[in-house]
Design a binder for this molecule. Structure first.
Ligand code: FAD
Length: 353
């Protein structure tokens, strides 16, 4: 008998499996390797500051420390380069934004995150910044393709990986254990990203999915270490390409790339760059598992004590997953309570049945 079946081996499932494995648990992972999984599209940036109101996100201090330590540790351990801590430079859109940033960067709450100046390296770029820019001192970038390949190779040594679409008709849930085809396990955890909307156990959770598109551009020869943000991110991918993203669309929840998406991203760049000759190499689209209240979804099914969900990483999976997976493992293995804000119990009364 295995300890856990994990359904979904994206950012959520892989990091949760890694953490369960650290606890010595035996795991079977079922993943269909969907080409449209969100991690295959995502920009890989982590940033705990919400630029809309210039505030720290939920659990920002704990999550940033955890994310930085987690990716750095694995990079050192596996000797594979996929992570860099990076400053994020926010270009001010107008005087009002500039004033708000300057006063917030002095506040005790935000002083460890915000600074009111920007790095000198930006002077080499054809940037237009009439209102200046400020810096988020704590941020980072994970090359998700490289990281996910490495974590899957690691899991392959200790867990059983099954490459298929999970078939709900082949699952039996008993009081003592669950059975999927010939596999018996004490528990099952669903980590399917936006596909949770098709999960018969958890489709009642109030998702508010968002489609996003990104572009990979030819780098015109620029070099910069920070992440530039003017509402969209621009990253030097250090391989002759720039990454730019992402759009937000709450209505058209499909995986098709669009002319509108491309134009929106290029228009955004053109607001702040004296440069027009962008060469688009790749355009991708994906769906983020965003939740109505913008908090993760963790916890147990109201009727089945051995059926769990770990989802709702939304727009910030790279930042949230390492911290939230730690909390989830403490809950699953040691019985420590989950944070109320992420516990799916918050929705059970109103949305279940
Ligand atoms: C355009 C875009 C840009 C983004 N940029 C960033 C960014 O810069 N930084 C950031 O932190 N986040 C970003 N995100 C969000 C990030 O991608 C998500 O938070 C994260 O990927 C969620 O992880 P997940 O494992 O829950 O879902 P996913 O990454 O979607 O993984 C789900 C996995 O479940 C598997 N699966 C699903 N259903 C089944 C099934 N029935 N049977 C078997 N397997 C199944 C899929 O194959 C997949 O591997 C972005 C997302 C998009 C779309």
């Amino acid at each position: 008998m295995h300890d856990y079946i994990i359904v979904g081996n994206g950012l959520a499932g892989a990091i949760l499996s890694y953490r369960l494995n650290e606890e010595g648990k035996s795991i079977v992972i079922v993943d269909e390797d969907a080409p449209e999984a969100a991690w295959k599209v995502a920009g890989g940036v982590w940033n705990a500051i919400s630029f809309k109101r210039i505030i720290k996100g939920w659990m920002a201090d704990e999550m940033t420390d955890e994310a930085d330590a987690f990716y750095q540790k694995l990079q050192d351990q596996w000797k594979i380069e996929f992570y860099e801590a990076k400053k994020i430079v926010r270009i001010f859109s107008d005087v009002h934004f500039q004033n708000t940033w300057l006063s917030k960067s002095d506040s005790p709450e935000l002083t460890s995150f915000l600074s009111d100046n920007s790095p000198n390296e930006l002077e080499t770029l054809p940037l237009k910044m009439p209102f200046g820019a400020g810096t988020v001192k704590k941020g980072g970038h994970v090359q998700l393709g490289v990281f996910m390949k490495a974590i899957k190779a690691h899991l392959n040594k200790s867990a059983t990986l099954i490459n298929e679409k999970f078939d709900f008709d082949s699952l039996t849930v008993n009081d003592e254990h669950v059975e999927y085809k010939e596999i018996k396990a004490r528990n099952i955890v669903f980590c399917e990203g936006y596909e949770v909307i098709n999960n018969p156990f958890f489709s009642w959770l109030p998702m508010s999915l968002t489609k996003g598109e990104i572009l990979i551009l030819k780098n015109p020869g620029w070099k910069f270490d920070c992440i530039i943000n003017n509402g969209k991110h621009l990253i030097d991918l250090k391989d002759g390409r720039l990454g730019v993203g992402a759009t937000f669309d709450w209505k058209n929840l499909d995986h098709s790339i669009t002319e509108e998406g491309k134009e929106q991203l290029l228009d955004h760049l053109e607001k702040n760059f004296e440069f027009r000759d962008w060469k688009v190499l790749i355009q991708k689209a994906g769906i983020r598992p965003t939740v109505a209240d913008r908090r993760p979804l963790t916890g147990v099914h109201p009727d089945h004590p051995n059926v769990f969900v770990f989802n709702g990483l939304g727009t910030k999976g790279v930042l949230i997953a390492p911290w939230m997976a730690k909390k989830m493992v403490q809950y699953l293995v040691h019985g420590t309570a989950l944070p109320d804000e992420s516990n799916i119990q918050r929705f059970a009364k109103k949305h279940f049945r």
